[in-house]
Design a protein around this ligand. Structure first.
Ligand SMILES: N[C@@H](CCC[C@H](N)C(=O)O)C(=O)O
Length: 288
């Protein structure tokens, strides 16, 4: 049997590298090993691969599975959702699109000026919802630290679930830490049974946060949409900012609004198409 021929589109959301693979009309099983193999190739390298599958619910454009570079799955990816929303809007001619993920429905719409807004849903703050390995009554700051108790390097992160688990450490200068060294250690801390995305956040104004992120399963990235949402809601819960903030990542700014009326978090930002091509047939042969 000949290998299936599968088109990919390479995009990015603020430099968060996104590979879009549309399997709505094809049946191919993507194993973690195959995902890692695709990520290892320079032309198809990604932080997240957004795999579009046939819609499961009426009124949605696709059911989406999201893979990290290491082959693990995530239920949410804000930057990737803007990318697939742009493709769906181009395909349908509409100015909105809705996707289903394992974290729920993600409605998105054209916000003008080349920007797309995604309704990322309501954050969760319960310790078992994040999830954490043991009970914490107050997830605005949990007892977790790196370094000695008397002089920790990082401590007392806020935690939140934005469709995926996030820990946010509040610092005075996001550039003063070796996140490439601290990230892997914190991502896999036993307090996070499903690992976690690790952020360093610096509040710069009542409506401004600077953020660097070590992503679960992907490492340092230029931007992480769900982390920006998690940092924004965590800052508002602590009274550090209001409910509308600009979160500035290495790749650029995202506008985050934590809507009062339904608790949903709206994320607005750009997307970019880079190139397209066909996935290497040899590897797909083993997966078909
Ligand atoms: N970059 C994404 C988040 C990707 C998921 C994450 N690495 C995880 O495993 O939870 C975004 O823009 O939200």
């Amino acid at each position: 049997m000949s290998a299936p021929s599968i088109r990919y589109r390479k995009m990015n959301g603020l430099g968060n590298e996104i590979l879009v693979v549309d399997l709505r009309a094809q049946s191919v099983s993507l194993t973690p090993a195959l995902v890692r193999e695709i990520a290892a190739r320079p032309d198809t390298h990604f932080d997240q691969m957004m795999v579009l599958l046939r819609p499961r619910s009426h009124g949605t454009d696709a059911y989406v599975r999201i893979f990290n570079t290491d082959g693990s799955l995530s239920a949410a990816c804000g930057n990737g959702t803007r990318c697939i929303a742009a493709l769906a809007m181009e395909e349908t001619g509409r100015s909105e699109a809705t996707f289903e993920t394992d974290a729920g429905l993600l409605p998105s719409w054209d916000a003008g000026d080349g920007l797309i807004t995604v309704d990322m849903g309501a954050p969760k703050f319960g310790w078992s919802e994040i999830p954490l390995a043991r009970e914490f009554a107050d997830t605005r700051a949990i007892d977790l630290r790196v370094g000695p108790a008397e002089a920790p390097i990082l401590s007392q992160p806020s935690v939140a679930n934005m469709g995926n688990p996030h820990a946010i450490f509040w610092v005075d200068d996001v550039g003063a830490y070796d996140l490439a060294r601290l990230g892997p250690q914190l991502e896999t801390d036993p307090v996070f049974p499903e690992r976690a995305n690790i952020s360093l956040a610096q509040v710069t104004a009542p409506d401004g946060i600077t953020l660097r992120v070590w992503e679960r399963g992907a490492g340092l990235t230029r931007a992480c949409g769900s982390a920006a949402c998690a940092a924004a809601v965590a800052a508002a819960r602590l009274g550090l900012t209001g409910r509308s903030v600009t979160v500035t990542l290495p790749g650029g700014p995202l506008l985050i609004e934590w809507r009062e009326r339904d608790d949903h978090v709206l994320m607005t930002g750009p997307w970019e198409f880079e190139h397209e091509g066909m996935l290497p047939a040899g590897s797909l042969e083993t997966a078909a």
